[in-house]
Design a protein around this ligand. Structure first.
Ligand SMILES: [Fe+2]
Length: 392
C-alpha cells in the first residue's frame, strides 16, 4: 500500500542487527520474486523453525450444481454463528480466482493461521475486535475491509457480541484499483479514498515467549499443521509495503453524477479477474429526468454477486440484510417491475452493499443450496393480465 514500519530496525538492510548481543533473523517477505512489494521483518528466532510437523488436511469443496441456470438469491441472516474465524468459514461460491466464505465466529482459536496461497479480504458486517498479526495489532470494527496479505501469520481476537463476516480469498493479490494510483503508487486526487483512510497495524506485539504454539498454514489446497516452540509474534521490527490494513467502507467517498453512473464508480479493490465494489449511502442522480437506479444490463463477461449489508436496496425486491444475489453471465438483469417508477424523484439512498464481479463463472458451494430462494428467478415475472403501468 505505502511504506510503513513498526519497531526497531537496523539503519541498513541485510546487515548485522542484534538484541542483547544475539543476532536477529532477517526475513524478506515479498511478492513477484524479489521485484514486487515486500516487507523485511527481524525475528528473535528463525521463522523456519518448527518443533513438530502435524497433519495435512485437504480443503474439500462440496459443489452444488443446480438443475437450472437462473438468477439466484440466498439469505444468510438466519445462519447461526459458530466455529472460529478460520475453521468456521462456510464456502458459498468460488472459481479459480476467488473464493467467497461466510463466517460468524463464536469463539477464538488457539492456533495461529497463515494463508500461504492467497490474499484475504474480510468484510466485517457485524462485530469488532483485533487482528493480532506478526506485523502488529490491527483493530477492526463493523464495516471494515480487513486486507491480509498472504504469508501473514495471524489470529483474530473478538470483542463480545455477534460477528458476521464475508471473507474473499484469492490466489492473486488484493490491490487498490490501478486507476486510483499514480505511477508512484500514491492514491490520486480523484480516488474515492486516500491513504489517510487506510489503517496499518497500530502496535507491534513482540512476544519473547518459549512454549508450544500451534500454527495452521494453508498451502497446496489444504491446511498443514505445525507446532512451534516459540511464539510466532517474535518480530522486533519490520518495514516495507506488505502488511495487513483496514479500510472502513464509510471512508469510501461515493462518486455521484447528474445521470446514472455504472458500478465501476463503486470499485474499492481489484483482484485477478474480479473486482470488489462498495455501494455506500449517497446522494442520487440529480437530473430532473434521471432514473436513479440501474438500467437493465447484460454483463456479457462477468458474474455479479452482491451482499446486502444495510439500508433499503432500491433496485431489488425480496432483499433482506444478509441476503446475497448472484446474477450470472448469460442473463440480463435489472430492477424488478415497479421499482423504476418507485425510484423516480428519489434524492438519496442509505443502501450499503458489497459486490464482487468475477470475469469467469462462479461455482456454487453446497452451503448455498441450503440458503437458496428459488422464487427469485421468477421475481421479474408480471402476469399478462396485470401489467405494471407507470405512476404518472
Ligand atoms: Fe448489476
Amino acid at each position: 500500500m505505502r511504506y510503513h514500519s513498526l519497531g526497531d530496525l537496523p539503519p541498513k538492510r541485510h546487515t548485522q542487527f542484534r538484541e542483547n548481543g544475539v543476532l536477529l533473523t532477517e526475513e524478506v517477505m515479498g511478492y513477484e520474486g524479489f521485484s514486487g512489494n515486500e516487507s523485511i521483518l527481524y525475528h528473535l528466532v528463525s521463522p523456519c523453525r518448527v518443533k513438530e510437523v502435524g497433519d495435512f488436511a485437504p480443503i474439500v469443496r462440496e459443489e452444488w450444481v443446480p438443475g437450472a441456470h437462473v438468477h439466484r438469491l440466498a439469505h444468510t441472516a438466519g445462519v447461526p454463528g459458530g466455529g472460529d474465524p478460520v475453521s468456521g468459514r462456510r464456502l458459498l461460491m468460488w472459481n479459480d480466482d476467488v473464493e467467497v466464505w461466510l463466517v460468524k465466529p463464536a469463539s477464538e482459536t488457539s492456533a495461529f493461521y497463515r494463508n500461504g496461497e492467497g490474499d484475504e479480504v474480510v468484510f466485517v458486517h457485524e462485530g469488532s475486535g483485533t487482528l493480532a498479526t506478526i506485523f502488529g495489532r490491527l483493530p477492526f470494527r463493523a464495516h471494515d475491509y480487513v486486507v491480509i496479505p498472504r504469508g501473514t501469520t495471524y489470529r483474530f481476537e473478538l470483542d463480545p457480541g455477534p460477528q458476521a463476516w464475508l471473507v474473499l480469498t484469492t490466489p492473486g493479490e488484493i490491490e487498490t484499483p490501478s486507476r486510483y494510483r499514480n505511477r508512484y503508487g500514491q492514491l490520486v486526487e480523484g480516488a474515492p479514498f486516500s491513504h489517510r483512510d487506510v489503517h496499518p497495524p497500530v502496535e507491534l506485539e513482540t512476544r519473547r515467549e518459549p512454549g508450544e504454539f500451534d500454527l495452521v498454514v494453508r498451502a497446496r489446497g489444504g491446511h498443514q499443521r505445525f507446532v512451534l516452540d516459540y511464539h510466532p509474534f517474535d518480530v522486533v521490527g519490520w518495514d516495507g509495503y506488505v502488511y495487513p490494513y483496514t479500510l472502513n467502507v464509510h471512508d469510501f467517498e461515493p462518486i455521484t453524477g447528474r445521470i446514472h453512473l455504472p458500478p465501476p464508480i463503486h470499485q474499492t479493490f481489484q483482484g485477478p479477474n474480479f473486482v470488489i465494489c462498495s455501494f455506500c449511502p449517497r446522494e442520487l442522480d440529480y437530473d430532473p429526468l434521471a432514473i436513479p437506479i440501474p438500467y437493465h444490463h447484460s454483463n456479457l463477461q462477468s458474474e455479479e454477486a452482491i451482499y446486502y449489508v444495510s439500508g433499503d436496496f432500491g433496485s431489488r425486491k425480496g432483499i433482506e440484510v444478509g441476503s446475497i444475489t448472484l446474477h450470472p453471465s448469460g442473463l440480463p438483469h435489472g430492477p424488478q417491475p415497479g421499482l423504476v417508477e418507485r425510484s423516480l424523484g428519489a434524492r438519496r439512498t442509505e443502501e450499503l452493499a458489497v459486490m464482487w464481479d468475477t470475469f469467469r463463472p462462479l461455482r456454487l458451494a453446497a452451503a448455498w443450496r441450503d440458503l437458496d430462494d428459488p422464487s427469485y428467478a421468477l421475481s421479474w415475472y408480471t402476469p399478462a393480465e396485470a401489467p405494471v403501468t407507470t405512476a404518472g
